[in-house]
Design a protein around this ligand. Sequence first.
Ligand SMILES: Nc1ncnc2c1ncn2[C@@H]1O[C@H](COP(=O)(O)OP(=O)(O)O)[C@@H](O)[C@H]1O
Ligand SMILES: [Mg+2]
Length: 282
Amino acid sequence: MKLIRTLSDLRTHISTLPRPLGLVPTMGYLHAGHLALVRRARAECASVGVSIFVNPAQFGPQEDLARYPRALERDLRMLGDVGVDVVWAPEAGEVYPDGYQTYINVENVAVPLEGAVRPGHFRGVATVVAKLFNAFTPDRAYFGQKDAQQAAVIRRMTRDLNFPLEVIICPTVRERDGLAMSSRNTYLQPEERRAAVVLYGALSAARNAYENGEQSAEALRATMQDYLAAEPRARTEYVSIAAPDTLQELERVDRNALLSMAVRIGQTRLIDNFILRDGKWE
Ligand SMILES: Nc1ncnc2c1ncn2[C@@H]1O[C@H](COP(=O)(O)OP(=O)(O)O)[C@@H](O)[C@H]1O
Ligand SMILES: [Mg+2]
């Protein structure tokens, strides 16, 4: 496994790798969710590349860029065990050199939910992912369903800008109690960690209500809101029941819906979702 810092070294190395090439973009501090993406890429591609880059452009001024957890040595050991060909861990100045001023704005799908609470977030995400696509020229790129709106934004951008690659969205990997794995879970104090299971609980409650015949999106949103409100450590930022590809809020849930939420537990902001596709929960 080769660790590379500069873009020119990355390009040179990529040109030697057998195709198809799978790319897994990450911000590091890896967990089993990331590794599931890497394993999927390993199973489907002749070569696998991983990027580790805490992307300043996707953090708001009040967000956790400075304290975002980092553990490169540990990350490299974990990736070495799975079998990765190349890891690109650039400095910020390599990705955004002095004078940088070009950004990608995906429009409607990036506006609600995360886009509304985190202005500029998806502009940073779309920009860095486009740059990663240009750097690696992957045949397939792997992302997690945990970040459902991000998945929709990247799919849209990939189509709109004609990137010649396939975007593959992998299921959310969870802790035993249902909490979606996330690098930010490390911020949670023990009491908060116990409280954090409410996101999974609220989504499960809405799924149960739907399975028992409730199709009103408003009623299902209320089910999630009420469940979250019963946890004193939780502060809900939004709950949503929207179309999975456009993120437009729904009135009725029949065969396709994205149930999603952002919740603060203490200072830590967590997101989670369930997706109903063709009548099946993913
Ligand atoms: N629990 C998870 N299951 C599946 N994929 C995940 C999970 N957590 C993160 N990912 C995916 O890993 C990629 C990198 O995410 P990153 O921001 O580094 O991790 P995190 O969201 O945990 O902080 C994204 O495509 C993200 O959707
Ligand atoms: Mg993340």
